[in-house]
Write a protein that binds this ligand. Structure first.
Ligand SMILES: [Zn+2]
Length: 446
């Protein structure tokens, strides 16, 4: 099982490959200069000699220091002499004590993770592996159980995610892998309870990440759902979180049904429908219209209610009411919770459905395509509003799994900063992480 290896690779691939190579080469140069000059080494001079840009300087220094660290760890330990030498190098490289300590610790953790991964692979810890683990722990001035606990506390989310991804990749639950992990930890003198406690802090972040991914492509597969449910079980998460996940999964399934044309039918809304007309949605809506006045174009927004039926979209507000029959629509661009509509009539404009987030836009889109009998057709050449997985992964890292506006960690969604319906792209610079509340506030402003 190469679980931990897979995990490291996926993180490494997130880094811009060009920059990585350039930085590594310059770091090698920096290292060579240091060892050839020793006491006569001057950081600024070395950096300019190697033509390191100001922007890259920090990264180059860190990579160079890291390369040295890797050599030090080559034998699986860091002794006193090596520690002293590293202190001198850190100083020459202009690293603060805290930075150096952090890098030392991280590199030790990597060695620890490798050794732990080998131990987990067969579920048995032999004497040699145990010695290696103890050696790493001692080099970091700690012991094995503490290091295991710290490892899962800081890397827990990454770890759970890799377990989840590998489970859905091969279609098998990670039960066997999980058993081996638990078994290994027992052998290390770690109780299941303390392990679960360490993991708990990360479990919710992990769950949010899986859900945000699923929301961004509008579906959750059976395998994803089963694996997620299983993980929530083994992690013994609180009922509140389980219920939250169930709600979210239910909503995702509903969205999936809608996209397939199976629309919900709601009791008669408070507006008059024709005989035989079926209502699919009723809720608050904003309608923005571009009007051309003598003074120039102006956008007017009305706050009212919308009803979506199998035949039309009805909008009513104190200042303005209108209806758009499905056949009169000649173009639609769907955003996350909004649609931009062009019709043959006068009511072209931009609709936002803030309640039942995402459902309104999804229902309208499906009702329209159903009425026009284009539901099964795709739109060739149309840009995709789905956000590529690498972009999602980078954006998630960038925001550290938190809402860009308020820092919330629940109900997270990937959001197009410039709405897709308004031409915004699905690239890193135009995608952010927002919680549902902030996403709705944003729709309000549009
Ligand atoms: Zn927020």
């Amino acid at each position: 099982m190469s679980l931990l290896k897979k995990l490291r690779e996926s993180v490494a691939s997130l880094v811009d490959p060009d920059r990585k190579e350039r930085t590594a080469t310059q770091a090698r140069g920096l290292r060579k200069l240091f060892f050839s000059k020793r006491e006569g080494f001057d950081l600024d001079q070395a950096l300019s000699e190697l033509r390191v840009s100001e922007k890259d300087a920090n990264a180059v220094i860190q990579v160079a220091y890291d390369q040295i660290l890797r050599r030090v760890w080559h034998d699986g330990a860091m002794d006193k002499g090596e520690k002293r030498a590293l202190q001198a190098i850190a100083k020459a490289f202009g690293l603060s004590e805290a930075e150096a300590r952090h890098l030392n610790y991280q590199s030790g953790l990597t060695v620890f993770e490798e050794t732990l991964g080998m131990a987990i692979a067969d579920g048995i810890i032999d004497q040699h592996e145990m010695q290696r683990l103890q050696l790493v722990a001692a080099s970091l001035d700690t012991n094995v159980p503490t290091l295991v606990q710290r490892y899962y506390a800081t890397e827990g989310e990454r770890f759970l995610r890799s377990l989840f991804l590998s489970a859905i990749e091969d279609g098998k639950l990670g039960e066997q892998e999980w058993d081996q992990i638990v078994h290994t930890l027992h052998a290390l003198g770690f109780t299941s309870d303390s392990f679960l406690t360490a993991m708990k802090a990360n479990a919710q972040t992990f769950v949010e990440h899986v859900l945000a991914d699923a929301k961004s492509d509008g579906k959750i597969t059976e395998g994803e759902e089963t694996t997620l449910t299983w993980l929530l079980e083994v992690l013994r998460l609180d009922e509140g979180i389980k219920r939250y996940v169930q709600d979210q999964v239910k909503e995702l399934k509903l969205l999936d049904e809608i996209s397939r044309g199976r629309l919900p039918i709601i009791p008669t809304p408070p507006c008059l429908l024709d005989a035989g007309e079926v209502a699919h949605f009723h809720g608050p809506a904003f309608f923005s219209q571009l009007k051309t006045y003598k003074s120039g174009p102006q956008i007017r927004t009305f706050r009212g209610e919308a009803t979506i039926t199998d035949q039309r979209l009805l909008f009513s507000s104190p200042e303005k009411s209108c209806q758009l029959t499905h056949p009169s629509i000649i173009g639609i661009v769907r955003g996350e919770s909004a649609v931009e509509i062009r019709s043959t009539g006068r009511a072209s404009g931009y609709f936002v459905f803030p309640s039942n987030h995402r459902l309104g836009a999804a229902i309208y889109d499906a009702a329209l395509r159903k009425a026009k009998q284009t539901l099964l057709e795709s739109f060739p050449g149309a840009p995709s509003r789905s956000i590529p997985r690498e972009v999602r992964q980078r954006v998630w890292q960038r925001y550290g799994g938190r809402c860009a506006e308020c820092g919330a960690t629940s109900y997270l969604e990937f959001d197009h900063i410039v709405p897709f319906a308004k031409g915004g792209s699905s690239t890193d610079s135009n995608v952010q992480l927002l919680c549902r509340t902030c996403n709705l506030k944003k729709s309000d402003l549009i």
